[in-house]
Design a protein around this ligand. Structure first.
Ligand SMILES: Cc1cc2nc3c(=O)[nH]c(=O)nc-3n(C[C@H](O)[C@H](O)[C@H](O)COP(=O)(O)OP(=O)(O)OC[C@H]3O[C@@H](n4cnc5c(N)ncnc54)[C@H](O)[C@@H]3O)c2cc1C
Length: 364
């Protein structure tokens, strides 16, 4: 029987799209040689519409906030469907600054966030340390952002695969070498898989399958282990001597320290310089980090677009081929809204108005 939809790519985005599509009664296939091994595997899992707001990205903010609002229900529904935790935590985030220039940058950001009516509370050095006593006394000040949360991306993909299994999604563990013409994909080995529609959600590699402006943006990230719960209770993001770093504590004793943002094409080398820069900044802000065990370095390639916002819509020149990629720094945050929007599109329903600005027409 011809499936209703083939989703190309089983990262957070493709898996969530497949889950939602199957929940709406569509027979759904996910084609991916290794689901969950792309950028999602490297990601820190911050759900951070507020601390991630960047000058020039105000349209994206609305979509990020919309998806953040969907996260509590999405998480609860997924954990029930998959019968496992995805590590959703809502303790909030403290953004901190180490030296005078860092404080000036923080103040400018807090002012910008205030102009956008985002809930941010400016804190002095002592207030930061009363929230997180492990912060260095040299931290000059900060801001509390209760609305920025976190999830564990690796647990998220495990749960999504289980949830997909639960609603009958079929997994084809092979790479797609071509998409189209029309809703068909060519698999490695040259078989063709026909379906009624195709959703291309292969992260940065989507650009090899459809004509879209997506490029890989390298991110190096570290994982440490130890008594993390007595070190930090919430995510700390900060600037130290101009270097941006975040520390994301997990309940399982892992501390994620990230991340670089590098335009180096598809290079995935872990460099000594990046490891040193991230660790130096992390130890400046939270000296106790130096006592933790070093457990992992990794690199992920974010799917970047010219305006840093995702591509959610019809592929150029195709009626039944859709694209869901380009989520850049916010793919985990944007997973719930992307899944709902794409399920609307493939079932012929109207997506929420907020999603319309993110179709591919803007680069036509
Ligand atoms: C270091 C780092 C930290 C990050 N931190 C955060 C964060 O804190 N919060 C946040 O929201 N986002 C974060 N991101 C961004 C986030 O990881 C991405 O936006 C998101 O994972 C993109 O998901 P995806 O499913 O589109 O792509 P991917 O996770 O890359 O998945 C793509 C999938 O497609 C498959 N695939 C590729 N080519 C083919 C093919 N030809 N045929 C079949 N399958 C194919 C791959 O095997 C892979 O499974 C971070 C990214 C990095 C690199």
């Amino acid at each position: 029987m011809t499936p209703d939809v083939t989703v190309v790519g089983g990262g957070a985005i493709g898996l969530a799209v497949a889950w939602r599509a199957a929940q709406r009664g569509l027979t759904t296939v996910v084609a991916d040689p290794a689901p969950g091994t792309g950028a999602t595997h490297a990601a820190a899992g911050m759900l951070a519409p507020i601390t991630e707001v960047h000058y020039g990205e105000v349209p994206l903010l609305g979509l990020n906030l919309d998806s953040a609002r969907r996260w509590p229900d999405f998480s609860a529904e997924l954990e029930t469907a998959a019968d496992c935790s995805i590590g959703y935590r809502s303790e909030g985030t403290v953004a901190v600054a180490f030296d005078d220039d860092d404080v000036r940058a923080l103040d400018a950001l807090v002012q910008f966030q205030g102009q956008l009516d985002l809930p941010v509370e400016r804190l002095g050095s002592r207030e930061c340390r009363s929230l997180e006593p492990s912060l260095s006394p040299r931290v000059r000040g900060g801001a509390l952002v209760t609305g920025d949360h976190q999830v564990e991306p690796r647990a998220l993909t495990t749960a999504l695969v289980r949830a997909c299994d639960g609603v009958g999604v079929e997994f084809v563990r092979r790479a797609v070498t071509a998409v189209g013409p029309g809703p068909r994909v060519r698999l490695d080995g040259d078989d063709v898989l026909e379906s009624r529609s195709v959703v291309v959600a292969a992260g940065w590699r989507s650009a090899a399958l459809v004509d879209i402006p997506v490029r890989p943006v390298k991110g190096q990230i570290l994982r440490l282990r130890g008594d993390v719960s007595s070190l930090l209770t919430r995510t700390v993001r900060g600037l130290s001597h101009g270097v941006s770093v975040y520390l994301v504590p997990r309940a399982n004793g892992e501390l994620v320290v990230g991340a670089t943002v590098e335009e180096r094409g598809a290079d995935t080398t872990v460099t000594a310089g990046a490891v040193r820069e991230l660790l130096d900044a992390a130890v400046d802000l939270v000296p106790g980090v130096s006592e933790l065990e070093f457990s992992e370095t990794s690199t992920g390639l974010r799917p970047g677009t010219p305006d840093n916002a995702p591509l959610l819509g019809r592929a150029p020149g195709e009626d039944d081929v859709w694209v869901a990629t380009g989520h850049f720094r916010n793919g985990i945050l944007l997973t719930p809204v992307t899944a709902d929007v794409m399920a609307d599109l493939v079932t012929g329903s109207d997506p929420p108005a907020i999603a319309r600005s993110f179709d591919l027409e803007r680069f036509a």
